[in-house]
Every structure is written in C-alpha cells, then in structure tokens.
Design a protein around this ligand. Sequence first.
Ligand SMILES: C[S@@+](CC[C@H](N)C(=O)[O-])C[C@H]1O[C@@H](n2cnc3c(N)ncnc32)[C@H](O)[C@@H]1O
Length: 223
Amino acid sequence: MEQGNSRIIESNQDGLHESLDATVQRHLQHQFRAPYADHSLKLFEQLKAWKEQDGRPLVLDSCCGVGESTANLAKRHPDAIVLGMDKSAARVEKHQHYHSGVDNYQVVRGNLNDLWRLMAADGWQPSHHYLLYPNPWPKSSHLQRRWHGGPLFPSLLALGGQLELRSNWRIYLEEFQRALALAGHQSQFEPLPDESPLTPFERKYGQSGQSLHRLVANLTTKL
Ligand SMILES: C[S@@+](CC[C@H](N)C(=O)[O-])C[C@H]1O[C@@H](n2cnc3c(N)ncnc32)[C@H](O)[C@@H]1O
C-alpha cells in the first residue's frame, strides 16, 4: 500500500468502490456532529481574525504537507491570501525551508476534520481550494477514510470555490468525480500544467515515472 513513498499504488480495487454511491449518499444526508477539539476552536479564531483583517479573497491549500504548494500558490494568487493546513506537526515545522519570500500566506498545523466544519459553519467561501495528493487509502476497506467517502465531504462542498484535486491514483479522482456528481456538481479531468512540481509528492511521483491526474470543479455552480 502506498502512503508516504513513491511506489506505485497497489489496491484491491480496479474501479469505483461498489459501496461508493450508498456511502456518499449517507454522508450527504447526515450532518457530522463530532465535538471540536479545543485547539481547533482556538486556531479557527486566529485564522478568522487573520482573514477578516486582511480582506482579500482566500485560497485554501488543504493537506499542504510541508507547505511548498502553499508558498507556490501564494505567488500564483498574488491578490489573495493562501492558507495551508496540515495535521502533521513534523511536516508543517519543515515549512521554513520552503518559504518563498512572499507574505500573503501562512501554513498552520490543524485538523481538517474540525477546520472545514468550522469554516463552512461560519460561511467561509474561498475562491479556490486545492487538495493535492491526499492520502489515497487504496485498500477497499478504507473507502470511508478517503475525503469523498467520509463524513467531511458535505463540509468540503459547502466551502465552494474552484476545487482542484491531484492524485497519482486515478480511481481516487474518478470516485471523487462520481461523489461530486451525486451532490450535483460537474467536474472535469484536465492535464497537469507543464510547469515545475507544485508539491514534494508531485515531484517524487513524477520522478518515479508515475502518471499524475488532475480533477477540477467549480463548486459554486450546480448541475
Ligand atoms: C500524501 S501527503 C501530501 C502532502 C502535500 N500535499 C504534497 O503533495 O506534498 C497527505 C497529507 O495530508 C495530511 N492530512 C491527512 N489527513 C488530514 C487531516 N484530517 N487534517 C489535516 N491534514 C491531513 C497528512 O498529514 C499529509 O501531510
């Protein structure tokens, strides 16, 4: 199974998960009510103050790892502020090494299981949302750990914006596309732009010759 290295994904699935539709429908119909961690509530208040004080459009880089993509996206979106979030302290703490010199972004350690819900409940509407190389969880028994198979999917949708996902496991994105369609959103596969890698995982997978896939959706429009 692939999690943190560049080996090709091995999965006991060769197409969409047979329980995908039922799982997504169930999560679309039920609100996820797990309690918030205190540190998430505190972080959320800090992020809210940062966003409101700045006032520029917001770009989210969820699962940003070391935040190399966050720094790259801040250059790509000079008229916005970019927020990179990852739950791994070890990765976030390495960010200084990847700092790009621009100051329209920050990288924080935070758990999306809380932050997406808090942001959605507070009406945050990022202009763009990047989810680059999320953990694929390729074992079929792990469907509910994939973002589209879990209870957080409705919060991700509620945030809206231009969503971009990248993965080296095409089935992950095909499932995501199906889950979006079940929620009434159209999405398209597009080739990766011909530019230097946006993230360390993209670099690693690219160097090992793997195919990389990109799915984009405008979550502000519905079918
Ligand atoms: C495969 S890595 C990709 C990192 C980066 N996007 C890249 O491409 O180099 C997936 C990242 O998702 C993060 N992650 C997984 N679940 C998360 C959660 N609930 N909240 C925040 N980050 C999470 C992990 O800590 C990990 O850094």
